[in-house]
Write a protein that binds this ligand. Structure first.
Ligand code: DX5
Ligand code: ZN
Length: 231
């Protein structure tokens, strides 16, 4: 299959109703989500706690699209197998989560899942330069990880451009996570991002009983992003 460079919208279920994940996942997929983004937090690497492997396995039963699992945990290596067995299609680990990101990416690929490498806002683009051959995606954080609904940090735009240049024509996605809205999406799409995570900007105004706003929000982000990169 050829590499998909088109804009993909990945709603983060961190902004879903935590008592109703099955129906929330079905609703965002029906409303046009391309990927489903799952934010795993450990209360140590980031100051918040979310989903262990059994929760992610339960989400998997409802996800029919690509399930993208963003691990904001340290250490990360002891948990890779469990999140792969929970059904992740891609596992993303942070370069800041330990001294051996190269080994971590090898371990993710050894599980037969795609490997993503994430950078916090304070980490330079060059930190991923020597692991690109092991990565299917680079995640550029445009907020400090831990919470949804934060303000977009504009330095991520220039960083995205530098990462896109480093990648060249290799089949590696560039994902943006944090503060993505119809105002910020065109900036990162023009800089070379193809996967846009959005939590609050997708779930705002809707619910499982009124899912149409999810679709409107997804389309609003997709349309401005496509316009910005000429698609
Ligand atoms: C932040 C998470 C994000 C977050 C995005 O730590 O990695 O995925 O849910 O939320 P918004 O889109 O609301 O900034
Ligand atoms: Zn995330």
């Amino acid at each position: 299959m050829s590499f998909d460079r088109s804009i993909k919208i990945a709603p983060s279920i961190l902004s879903a109703d935590f008592a109703d994940f099955g129906r929330e996942i079905a609703a965002i997929e029906d409303q046009g989500a391309d990927w489903v983004h799952v934010d795993v937090m450990d209360g140590h690497f980031v100051p918040n706690l979310t989903f262990g492997p059994p929760a992610v396995a339960a989400f998997r039963r409802h996800v029919t699209r690509f399930m993208d699992v963003h691990l904001m945990i340290a250490p990360v290596d002891p948990y890779i197998e469990a999140y792969a067995e929970a059904g992740a299609d891609m596992i993303t680990a942070h370069v800041e989560a330990g001294p051996h990101i190269h080994r971590t990416l090898q371990a993710i690929r050894a599980q037969g899942v795609k490997a993503g490498v994430a950078l916090n806002p304070g980490t330079p683009a060059e930190a991923v330069a020597d692991v690109l051959e092991l990565a299917d995606m680079v995640l550029v954080m445009t907020v400090n990880p831990g919470f949804g609904g934060q303000k977009f940090i504009p330095a991520g735009i220039d960083k995205t451009q530098r990462i896109r240049a480093m990648i060249g024509d290799r089949p590696i996605h560039v994902q943006i996570d944090g503060g993505v809205t119809p105002d910020t999406a065109p900036l990162v799409a023009a800089a070379g991002a193809d996967v846009l995570v959005a939590g609050s900007a997708v779930f705002r105004g809707g619910s499982v009983t009124n899912p149409a706003p999810y679709g409107e929000n997804i389309r609003a982000i997709r349309n401005v992003a496509n316009d910005a990169c000429g698609q």
